[in-house]
Design a protein around this ligand. Structure first.
Ligand code: SF4
Length: 354
């Protein structure tokens, strides 16, 4: 099955194209306090290092804006930076003046049409992209009352209303997010929005939780939408390190064949046929390959019975036998080595592929 992406309008976030025929980008949001210069700089560098393509930063007050400006002026961002604004439209305007590539606003809490229009006017004049960010937790109260508290309908109505507002202001350089913490609501809202408009969609499940449950919710929610061709940029929201969000984002895209970045390790769950500590071997291979940027599929299989066959599309693989291990390239065994030497031999073969 080939995923056919829904056609969306292309927007520009700095030099990055989002929507249209651009690849699906992976983004994250910093978690450090922007006033803690050492922590925020380390986090930004780590995000860029692991391939984050858009960095969003919370701008809660004026002091955050001046720190943001210092960061931008220092040249630390080598990817577009987005200021995340709630409640105060002057912070959005000041962030634009500070040099961001985009702002994220939630019209439900920015203070009404007039203030939203003021921000859009600034964005338009400065060539800035806007993310229209409707969240289940902060939907416009009036709309919520009108829909008898139904979050899903309220999010859709609020999104459509704000799209019209932006269009009436002759502003089109925006993408839309409408995240709920419920996976089902998230899927349903995005499906409807994607039917109703052609603006690029930033997709994610909000407040997904800690690493394991958050990864599962995000994978299910984003996976279903992406498989239906919905989504132009993604964020995995975890109560964990932002760099982990990025890594998981790429793994989700990779699992659907939408993007290959770095090494994809395919390993078996092991069973009674396994004669080695496969978990520790896979961990060592993960460490050995963590910095590789080239898209490669590596297979590590616990036995020779199913090994090469089950992972025949892997670029390089190992399957363990009783005393020896077979190393195979694209499903063909190229050598059999002693188990003690397998990691060294595997590394040698891997280097030839790089
Ligand atoms: S590859 Fe072999 S060891 Fe691994 S789960 Fe399958 S049968 Fe068991």
């Amino acid at each position: 099955m080939k995923i056919i992406r829904k056609k969306t309008r292309e927007i520009k976030l700095g030099s990055l194209g989002i929507g249209g025929s651009n690849r699906i980008s992976v983004q994250s949001m910093t978690k450090s306090n922007i006033l803690n210069s050492i922590a925020i700089r380390a986090e930004i560098n780590e995000l860029i290092e692991c391939g984050c393509e858009v960095i969003r930063i919370a701008i809660p007050d004026k002091s955050a804006v001046s720190e943001l400006k210092k960061l931008i002026d220092s040249g630390i961002f080598r990817v577009p930076v987005v200021a995340d604004i709630h409640f105060d439209c002057t912070l959005a305007i000041d962030s634009i003046k500070a040099g961001v590539s985009g702002i994220r606003i939630n019209p439900g809490n920015i203070g009404g049409r007039e203030r939203t229009a003021k921000v859009i006017d600034y964005a338009k004049k400065n060539g800035i992209a806007v993310r229209l960010g409707i969240n289940s937790g902060s939907v416009d109260k009036k709309i919520l009352r009108k829909n008898n508290g139904n979050i899903k309908y309220s999010m859709i109505e609020s999104t459509i209303e704000n799209i019209k507002l932006f269009e009436n202001l002759d502003f089109y350089n925006f993408k839309i997010s409408a995240k709920a913490s419920s996976v089902i609501d998230t899927i349903s809202v995005y499906r409807t929005i994607s039917e109703k408009c052609r603006y690029p969609l930033h997709i994610g499940v909000t407040e997904a939780g800690p690493m394991i449950p958050g990864t599962v919710k995000s994978s299910v929610g984003l996976g279903i939408l992406l498989a239906e061709g919905i989504g132009d940029t993604i964020r995995v929201s975890l109560t964990d390190k932002s760099s982990e969000e990025v890594k998981i984002g790429y793994l989700i895209l990779d699992s659907l064949g939408l993007r290959n970045k770095g090494v994809n390790i395919v390993s078996c769950p092991t069973c009674g046929r396994t004669t080695v500590d496969l978990q520790s071997i896979v961990k060592q291979i993960e460490e050995m390959t963590g910095d590789i940027k080239k898209g490669l599929k590596l297979a590590v299989m616990g036995c020779i019975v199913n090994g090469p066959g089950e992972a025949k599309d892997a670029d390089l693989g190992i399957a363990f036998g009783k005393d020896r291990a077979a190393i195979f390239l694209k499903g063909s065994v190229i050598k059999r080595v002693k188990k003690d030497n397998v990691l060294k031999e595997f590394k040698n073969e891997l280097e030839k592929l790089l």
